[in-house]
Design a protein around this ligand. Structure first.
Ligand SMILES: Cc1cc2nc3c(=O)[nH]c(=O)nc-3n(C[C@H](O)[C@H](O)[C@H](O)COP(=O)(O)O)c2cc1C
Length: 179
């Protein structure tokens, strides 16, 4: 008769380390709203596409945004200390690609209509919702800066169809129209 198995014998094998590619593939399964994060001020007008946007707390109302330290928008965002987080609507795919590509800032802004929010950051006309923010804290993690953004103004747009990035493609999510 064979001896009973010890817990160690039945333990699963040690999983392989998570590679950069493995992490990216896993993240492709995590759907997210698409936003254009804009800024303006002494560091100049700039903006970038971001899906790494998340609520932190409602007291005080705070969002976080993850910004690649190597992106061309990083310098202006830090110099200005303000951002507007514009959540994209259905049909905004070209604008998302414009702000996510290697185009000069003014070419990016030519793709949409903007007004100036209270902080001075550009607010996208036609966004599902826009959060006007002051950057109150920045934490560096690897390749990215995590920006903690205190929301000083909110504007809700007329669209009820949100742009979602999932499985490396754009999708549209429709919400109720009667609120
Ligand atoms: C759908 C989508 C989501 C993105 N999300 C982020 C993000 O959360 N944070 C970030 O730093 N860059 C994100 N990017 C990439 C930036 O938009 C891109 O690096 C930047 O605009 C271009 O960098 P450049 O100005 O240096 O050319 C995303 C791009 C796309 C298309």
């Amino acid at each position: 008769m064979s001896p009973p198995c010890s817990p160690l014998d039945s333990a699963p094998p040690t999983p392989p380390p998570v590679t950069r590619e493995g992490f990216r593939n896993a993240m492709a399964r995590l759907g997210a709203a698409v936003n254009i994060v804009t800024t303006d001020g002494p560091g100049g007008r700039h903006g970038f596409t971001a899906s790494a946007v998340c609520s932190v707390t409602d007291s005080p109302p705070t969002l976080l945004v993850c910004l690649n330290k190597g992106s061309s928008a990083a310098g202006p965002v830090h110099a200005n200390g303000v951002v507007c987080i514009n959540t994209l609507a259905a049909g905004h795919e070209p604008l998302s690609n414009l702000f996510g590509g290697r185009t000069p800032p003014e070419e990016r802004f030519a793709g949409g209509a903007w007004r100036v929010a209270a902080t001075g950051a550009p607010m996208l006309v036609g966004a599902v919702v826009a959060f006007d923010c002051r950057v109150v804290r920045t934490v560096e993690v690897g390749t990215h800066d995590v920006l903690f953004c205190e929301v000083v103004g909110v504007a809700e747009g007329g669209s009820h169809e949100s742009l979602i990035y999932y499985s490396r493609r754009y999708h549209t999510l429709s919400g109720p129209t009667d609120d």
